[in-house]
Design a protein around this ligand. Sequence first.
Ligand code: SF4
Length: 315
Amino acid sequence: MSRRGGDWEPGYRALYRSGELARRARAALADLSACRLCPHGCGVDRTADERGVCGMGSRPVIASWYAHPWEEPPISGVRGSGTIFFSGCTGRCRFCQNYPISQYRYGNEVTCERMGDIMLDLQAHGCHNINFVTPTHFAAHILAATDYAAGRGLHIPLIYNTSGYETVETLRLLEGVIDIWLPDAKYADDAVARRLSGFPNYVAHNRAALREMFRQVGGVLLLDEAGLARRGMIIRHMVLPADLAGTAEVLRWIAAELSPHIWVSLMDQYFPAYKAVNDPVLGRKITPEEYEAALTAFDAAGLEQGWLQEHEECE
Ligand code: SF4
């Protein structure tokens, strides 16, 4: 974040002016020749269109973009969050609600310039921010698109909306570029994370990623005078049937190791989709009792701020 003449501006604007954003974009795009953007560390040459776990090659693939009205209130505001849904994913969640996009990879290849124009379109339509959904495998392209769009007047905050399966190295590439980190903390148990989502060593990678995000932006969600998020971090945790997400342990870790003041979105909207349909455990919604237990765990952890059922603010 920086201030200029009393006017707030997102951090990426200064990086654009100094040329640092362009430098990082060039380096990150070149590194796609042995891609290690996420913890899978495939090492494939994506510049030659080789594919790793995420299934994506040299160009960004975008499924849709629009003003999203149903994100957390400081993100959607009154005019919506400018979400860009990327195709492909580093995960394999059996219950993915976006599986046509994440697993079947529906979408259209675009250039980084086209992605930048989409960002500018969303800004022109009044969106409060740009919200990159499932962005990790396109982090290099995001840097290039942001550099392009910043040169054409992009000035709204950037949000990184991720599963939380990240490397610290990729997050450092994005330092000062991303204004608001919006990671999941999905699991407290590696075996469950691998079985349900195809994420090896999720817990260690996720916790290192959350620590890095916290180091970059701190635990305070900076809001403007209209109550819209400008900078900070919100952690999402979705309660799963039969406590497969390890909710109490996840919440306890966040409060103890990051901050009890950090904003947490405790989500109740799980429903069986994709491979979870008819699954003996995952094939149902969570019960009111399961969500009540999650609320109790939230309080027991000492967490103080967040959005609970139906995104009601807990304070
Ligand atoms: S971004 Fe894709 S290709 Fe690169 S390491 Fe991750 S899964 Fe593999």
